[in-house]
Design a protein around this ligand. Structure first.
Ligand code: FAD
Length: 245
């Protein structure tokens, strides 16, 4: 509650990729995704709130018309930080004590000033981030009670968005680089055609693909689902855009 999220030193996994890619174009280009020049376009500040009271859950249920934990991601699109909130179906955490609620949020523009606390999100303490969020929700009357029963822990995520930065063919290596016989690459920075970056499915597929290609064991991964050619998905999408879904 009392500290702003602090940047941590850059990761060793990235350093390993840099070494692998040095002088080897088959291993992609980590600099497209990592390094200080990328942070302004890929930084989010997230925050996790643990609440021992019921006021927040009750107010969210009243505001959204959905029982707390059964609604979708809630985006406060006019907030300076462009905050989104996810109120989980409880309990969210294994071993979470009864009577506690855990919810989570993030700001897409942590370098902008909040509308109420008047500071950049990445310079705000957990308490200030929680206050800004509650004021954005117009929970002013309940603010003191919610603040008193909550702990808000902010987290600085410099590269969360880098998966979506512009890239070119070859910037991500394939699951098995050309000629490799004993090395597979897995995770978000591996190219798998048509798969949707950022998803858990995408990471799982890279591992499946690498194992299948290298060890020639087990079935090949199934084709990637192509929603844009699925008449039912297209019809459902159309209904949402037409406001009848
Ligand atoms: C805020 C946020 C929200 C998300 N929401 C969704 C969502 O709704 N749906 C969705 O599909 N995806 C979502 N994602 C993306 C998803 O979480 C990731 O794509 C996925 O977890 C990547 O899986 P991974 O196994 O490739 O990597 P990771 O889950 O990052 O796993 C890598 C593991 O390796 C460990 N590690 C690193 N270095 C070493 C080392 N040297 N030795 C040993 N271990 C090491 C790490 O500790 C980590 O546990 C979200 C991601 C974030 C950050």
């Amino acid at each position: 509650m009392t500290e702003a999220p602090s940047p941590r030193a850059s990761g060793r996994a990235w350093a390993l990729w840099e070494r692998l890619a040095q002088g080897r174009t088959d291993f992609g280009n980590p600099d497209v995704f990592f390094g200080s020049a990328r942070i302004p376009d890929s930084l989010w500040v997230t925050f996790t709130v643990t609440d021992t009271g019921t006021e927040f859950s009750n107010q969210i249920a009243a505001l959204t018309g959905s029982e707390s934990g059964r609604g979708g991601l809630l985006t406060l699109k006019d907030s300076g930080w462009v905050l989104s909130l996810s109120v989980f179906h409880q309990p969210e955490i294994i071993g979470q004590p009864p009577g506690t609620t855990v919810w989570w949020g993030y700001g897409l523009y942590p370098d902008r000033n909040g509308d109420f606390v008047g500071k950049r999100m990445d310079q705000c303490t957990g308490a200030e981030i929680l206050e800004e969020t509650l004021r954005q929700l117009r929970f002013d009357k309940q603010l003191d009670a919610i603040m008193a029963s909550s702990i808000c822990v902010p987290c600085y995520m410099p590269y969360v968005n880098n998966i979506w930065l512009p890239r070119s063919r070859g910037n991500k290596p394939p699951p098995v680089p050309e000629g490799a016989t004993n090395l597979g690459l897995i995770g978000q920075y591996v190219e798998v055609p048509r798969e949707i970056a950022f998803t858990i499915e995408c990471s799982a597929r890279t591992a499946w693909e690498a194992i299948h290609r290298l060890l020639k064991r087990g079935p090949a991964p199934p084709p990637v689902y192509q929603g844009q050619y699925d008449p039912k998905a297209l019809f459902d999408t159309l209904k949402v855009f037409a406001g009848i879904g």
